[in-house]
Design a protein around this ligand. Structure first.
Ligand SMILES: Cc1cc2nc3c(=O)[nH]c(=O)nc-3n(C[C@H](O)[C@H](O)[C@H](O)COP(=O)(O)OP(=O)(O)OC[C@H]3O[C@@H](n4cnc5c(N)ncnc54)[C@H](O)[C@@H]3O)c2cc1C
Ligand code: FES
Length: 254
């Protein structure tokens, strides 16, 4: 288990990417960025109302030049407060949490939907450093929701899907033509129905496949049991034993 840290981070940049997603770049106040791996997440303390008593889990989008990147979709009070933290403002963060994606050689397809694309950027970067051949397949309802595309393009070939056909191929990621290509592994993060559909394709082809679950979390540390997933190994805490799981270890009815 890697050591966890509770640290203040200073907001260095806060860029609104579209109507509901922001990219925050944060610098540790003490100048020491803990070592993290792709697919791990952080717990962000949100000051303010009693609605935001619990920290909010957010994936590590990237670590670059000693800065932690968080891609945050505003859905409620907690994420509203996080994306509205001004430059020079402080966010208190526990990190690194959970077990991330595995790094494997070969042709790797990274499939992301919605804000689930967040952990795939750092994963693609690490896979490229590992000499794997990375293809990203990113999906959203419409082109406005496809973000950080220039960043993804640095680390692999980028394929896009939109439900309304406004960018890339029209339809769901599971209908994209790139899925006809041969891959050695699929790694995926996004809405649960999307991950189950991807897992079904991977199983039908006998492909190794990992998914990152986003079960509701409270402590993020394996103490409150609110994130439990029933797996073939019994009930496990997604915050500690995941969020990344091999689909062969899950009890999904697919
Ligand atoms: C491991 C993990 C990684 C995540 N990574 C990211 C990320 O990189 N970027 C990002 O924007 N969001 C991410 N999320 C989701 C994020 O934690 C929730 O959107 C956030 O906690 C909502 O807080 P809120 O106060 O804004 O909304 P709330 O008022 O608490 O809830 C608003 C809505 O969001 C839903 N929601 C709340 N918490 C979760 C949750 N954990 N999972 C799914 N739906 C939830 C609620 O059911 C409700 O419909 C991640 C979640 C997990 C578990
Ligand atoms: S969130 Fe508390 S045990 Fe996982």
């Amino acid at each position: 288990m890697n050591k966890k840290f509770v640290k203040d981070f200073i907001v260095v940049e806060n860029e609104r990417l579209n109507s509901f997603n922001s990219l925050l770049k944060l610098r540790p106040a003490d100048g020491v960025m803990p070592s993290v791996s792709p697919g791990q997440f952080v717990q962000v303390y949100v000051e303010g109302s009693k609605n935001t008593f619990l920290r909010r889990p957010i994936s590590i989008n990237n670590v670059e030049n000693g800065q932690l990147w968080l891609l945050v979709k505003e859905v409620g009070d907690g994420t509203h407060a996080i994306v509205n933290t001004p430059v020079k403002g402080i966010l208190n963060i526990i990190l690194p949490l959970g077990k991330g994606f595995s790094l494997n050689p070969g042709k790797i397809l990274l499939i992301g939907g919605g804000v689930g694309i967040a952990p795939l950027l750092m994963l693609g970067k690490c896979l490229k450093e590992y000499n794997s051949e990375v293809t990203f397949l990113l999906g959203a309802r419409t082109k406005e929701e496809l973000i950080e595309l220039e960043e993804f393009a640095k680390y692999g070939h980028v394929c896009l899907s939109t439900e309304d056909g406004s960018l890339g191929e029209e339809g769901f990621v599971t209908q994209h033509s790139v899925l006809k290509d041969d891959f050695d592994m699929i790694q995926c993060c996004g809405p649960l129905p999307m991950m189950k559909a991807v897992a079904k394709i991977a199983m039908a082809r006998g492909l190794n496949c990992e998914v990152s679950l986003e079960n509701m979390m409270a402590c993020g540390l394996g103490a409150c049991l609110c994130c439990v997933e029933d797996t073939k190994a019994g009930n496990v805490c997604v915050c500690q034993d995941g969020p990344v799981f091999n689909i062969n270890d899950l009890k999904w009815q697919i």
